[in-house]
Design a protein around this ligand. Structure first.
Ligand code: SF4
Length: 458
């Protein structure tokens, strides 16, 4: 059978989409290739959020031209956000490209790959080029991301609950690449979670671009609970599920019902990723982020009052058009004050056809200085917070061998902190208590606490 290779750029939603595409190919009998050089089908699932992500995917596909020369029968495709944004113009840039599939058509990839392989196999190679581009919208496409390819002992899984975003932040290309908000039904999502748990999964992360605004166009609030809180309660009730996460919420939809859910649903992880973007009200307004720094600060305070041990992480953009020293100082001061457990700091990157792209831009050197400065503040806070965990016993869900050192195991605390520890590979998929011995920056290192009732420690 033909072999396929998928490389994914960007966020967890892209990882999830790639998993769905892999599932559909495996279901038809295709096999996974370990390397792109062994594959009959090479697919790059792309990201458009920053220019660098697009350039990486374009560069990679360009380099794959070497394989195309050696093995012209190989099928090459771009999927996802960049494919959606650039469409068939990509064929002019990459001569060996055969397939471009947008964000609402992942479920069609297997059909297109079958068709292209067949065409390449049966036609003479000097025939005119054939190619397929499908970036159309499709009603119901959000419901098609629902199948999983689990590794043995896989303990965690992502569940895509909605697609798209109607917020239109002025820096963001997502509303263009992912389309308007569309949510799956609670029943469908619960069915998916039940089936994951039946296969051994203990933790699910509900995914959406603005996950807490799930279902706001489709389903009514009930008893003062938003559709998202109704969904959290329904998923929380799944027997055998140990932990429930969600990412990423928008501060604007983080209301009292969600705070109550955080207090009342014990399986909800003690971690909230709450994008801030800027600490300057002037810049927040220019970004079309409908909250102030004071509102954000007060929300963080209320989340911390609700769950004392909660970890809070964030996203911040520095160098947005018009960001003066004083605006940056406000961001820095707020980050210093809040003491995030971690923050992803991004230099503003111009995205075509977004409103901010037309504004006068900040010097790259200034962006870089602010980026480095803010990272120092973020790192110092993260190290202080993690140092307080040394000596404590934390419950860790073991995910398997560590990526950086496969001789050790890696897992996450309920607060989403990575813990590295010695142990038996059979611990993968188990919840263990680990005593934290040290921390180096963002990772914690520890030793499992022996539990006589757990045979894998023998
Ligand atoms: S809410 Fe998030 S995904 Fe939606 S436009 Fe803003 S940054 Fe983009």
């Amino acid at each position: 059978m033909p072999k396929f290779f998928i490389k994914t750029y960007g966020c967890q939603m892209n990882e999830r989409d790639s998993e769905q595409v892999a599932h559909s190919l495996l279901e038809r009998g295709y096999e996974r290739a370990v390397r792109e050089t062994d594959a009959d089908v090479v697919l790059l699932n792309t990201c458009s959020v920053r220019d660098m992500a697009e350039q990486k995917a374009l560069g990679k596909m360009g380099m794959l031209g070497r394989i195309a020369k050696r093995r012209p029968e190989t099928v090459f495709g771009f999927l996802g956000c960049m494919a959606q944004a650039r469409g068939d113009s990509l064929f002019a840039e990459i001569p060996h490209l055969d397939l471009v599939v947008g964000t609402q058509k992942f479920h069609r990839v297997a059909d297109y790959v079958d068709e292209l392989l067949e065409k390449k196999r049966t036609r003479r190679m000097d025939d005119p080029r054939w190619s397929i581009c499908d970036t159309d919208e499709e009603a119901g496409s959000a419901e098609t991301i629902r199948d999983h390819e689990l590794r043995p002992r896989q303990a965690t899984a992502f569940v895509s609950i909605m697609q798209g975003c109607d917020m239109h932040c002025t820096f963001c290309i997502v509303p263009r690449t992912r389309g308007p908000e569309r949510s799956r039904s609670i029943g469908e999502i619960v069915r998916e979670v039940r089936s994951l748990v039946a296969r051994g999964v203990k933790e699910v992360t509900l995914l959406g671009q603005i996950v807490n605004l799930y279902g706001r166009h489709e389903f009514p609030a009930l008893d003062g609970k938003s559709p998202f809180v109704q969904l959290l309660e329904a998923v929380h009730d799944v027997d055998g599920l140990e932990r429930l996460r969600f990412t990423s919420p928008h501060p604007i939809g983080f209301r009292d019902d969600l705070l109550r859910a955080l207090a009342e649903l014990p399986k909800l992880a003690e971690h909230v990723h709450l994008p801030l973007q800027s600490g300057s009200d002037r810049i927040l307004k220019a970004m079309h982020r409908p909250y102030s720094a004071a509102k954000y600060r007060s929300l963080v305070q209320r989340i911390r009052e609700t769950r004392e041990e909660v970890a809070i992480t964030t996203d911040i953009i520095v160098g947005f058009p018009g960001e003066e020293d004083d605006d940056y100082r406000r961001t820095r001061d707020l980050v210093e004050e809040i003491q995030f457990d971690n923050a992803f700091v991004f230099r503003y990157s111009t995205r075509q056809e977004t409103p901010a792209a037309a504004l006068p831009q900040i010097d790259e050197q200034v962006k870089e200085e602010r980026n480095q400065d803010l990272l120092r503040v973020v790192d110092a806070a993260a190290q202080r917070i993690n140092a307080r965990l040394v000596g404590r016993e934390l419950e860790v869900l073991c995910e398997g061998p560590s990526r950086t050192n496969p001789a050790r195991l890696s897992g996450r605390t309920c607060t989403n902190k990575i813990v590295i520890f010695e142990g038996n590979p059979e611990m993968a998929g188990q919840l263990l208590d680990v005593r934290i011995a040290e921390t180096t920056g963002f990772s914690l290192y520890g030793t499992p606490v022996m539990q006589p009732s757990t045979p894998v420690f023998a």
